[in-house]
Ligand binder design. Structure first.
Ligand code: SAM
Length: 337
């Protein structure tokens, strides 16, 4: 008998685990280069590898080991123009896959999980030394030269708020490079509806975190997108497992799903709320050269961010909502309405 709750919690990490398996070649290369202390710059991606097919255009394709191994190379190639020898940066959520660095560039790793939890999360794979998030201000009192967070923001219930917080760890003029999985290239996410940018801004305004009902409901709805990944779990067992997992202390999944436009808008909203910065590079499966399912956004922490109309639209929605609850009003009981 499958313990559905355990199966579902484990399978919510299925995509990451699939990457673990598929990315063996990349891990081996990093391990070898660690002997020198500085990961080697890998060769340019091989053009002989088939690009992935959008999941909406057919049944779930099996992405090859080689295709996934390209992901780290592409991330490095996108980041390289913004990282200079001597720079020291922060990587958030690297887990077992710390990003490749150009020669002379160094990075320290931070995660919300401790070593024992990371060991479970990454199925016992070797982990780069990782410190808790609250160590960042002590390690980088004047801010870091750059910040990387690959495939982390989708695991946060308030991605705009989280990114605003992370931008505060970067020096003026430094760079932040974040990636998100494009929903159309990520099993499970491809079957889920895209949120609007207004939704993400309201999550920000409500200080959304994993505890409130809204985030737990996101988990339940999101798990339906991944249901096909548990063919051996019966319908009722699946529902019970998802509901039990949603009540747990740690709700862990892709809270929202992403496309290029939403990634541009969420980053623009975070820059606008932070008050400094502008987008300087963008890559995704739909750009040339294309990524392997990653949407990558690079921002420079200088300049004045543009206006984001969706921030004003979300403010109007919240203002109208607040006006329905005037201070001191006595809300009539449902029977009297
Ligand atoms: C899917 S893994 C990404 C691993 C790797 N960066 C990659 O792209 O393959 C997500 C990682 O982000 C961490 N994480 C999730 N939310 C976080 C947060 N709010 N702050 C710091 N780390 C977080 C998780 O603990 C996990 O190590």
């Amino acid at each position: 008998m499958v313990d559905a709750r355990v199966a579902i919690l484990a399978a919510v990490r299925r995509f990451a685990v699939a990457l673990v398996f598929a990315r063996g070649a990349a891990v081996e290369r990093l391990t070898a280069s660690e002997q020198t202390g500085v990961p080697q710059v890998p060769a340019a991606p091989s053009s002989s590898v088939e690009p992935p097919v959008p999941l909406s255009q057919g049944p779930t394709p099996q992405l090859s080991r080689a295709t996934f191994a390209r992901r780290d190379e592409i991330r490095l190639n996108v980041s390289r123009p913004f990282l200079q020898p001597g720079d020291v940066g922060i990587e958030i959520g690297a887990g077992a896959f710390p990003s490749f660095m150009p020669d002379g560039v160094r990075c320290e790793n931070f995660d919300r999980l401790g070593p024992a939890e990371l060991d479970v999360y990454f199925d016992g794979l070797p982990l780069a030394p990782t410190a808790p998030m609250d160590e960042i201000p002590r390690r980088f009192p004047d801010g870091a030269d750059f910040l990387l967070a690959h495939n982390v923001l989708e695991h946060t219930p308030d991605p705009i708020g989280r990114l605003v917080g992370w931008l505060g760890h970067v020096k003026p003029g430094g760079f932040a490079i974040v990636s998100l999985p494009h929903h159309d290239y990520c099993p499970g996410d491809a079957r889920r509806p895209l949120p609007s940018i207004e939704h993400l801004i309201i999550d920000y305004a409500m200080c959304e975190h994993a505890g409130p009902l809204a985030s737990r409901e996101h988990f339940i709805a999101g798990s339906v997108g991944w249901a096909a990944d548990w063919p051996d779990v019966g319908k009722n067992e699946f529902a019970n497992g998802v509901l039990a997992a949603a009540m747990g202390s740690e709700v862990e999944h892709h809270f929202h799903v992403w496309d290029d436009a939403l990634a541009h808008d969420a980053v623009a909203a975070a820059l606008s709320l932070h008050g400094v910065g502008r987008e300087v590079a963008f890559a995704s499966p739909s750009t040339t050269p294309s990524t392997v399912g990653d949407i990558i956004v690079v921002v420079e922490l200088s300049g004045t961010p543009g206006d984001v109309p969706a921030v004003r639209a979300a403010r109007d929605v919240l203002t109208a909502a607040a006006e329905r609850l005037p201070a001191g009003a006595v809300v009539p009981p449902p029977s009297a309405r």
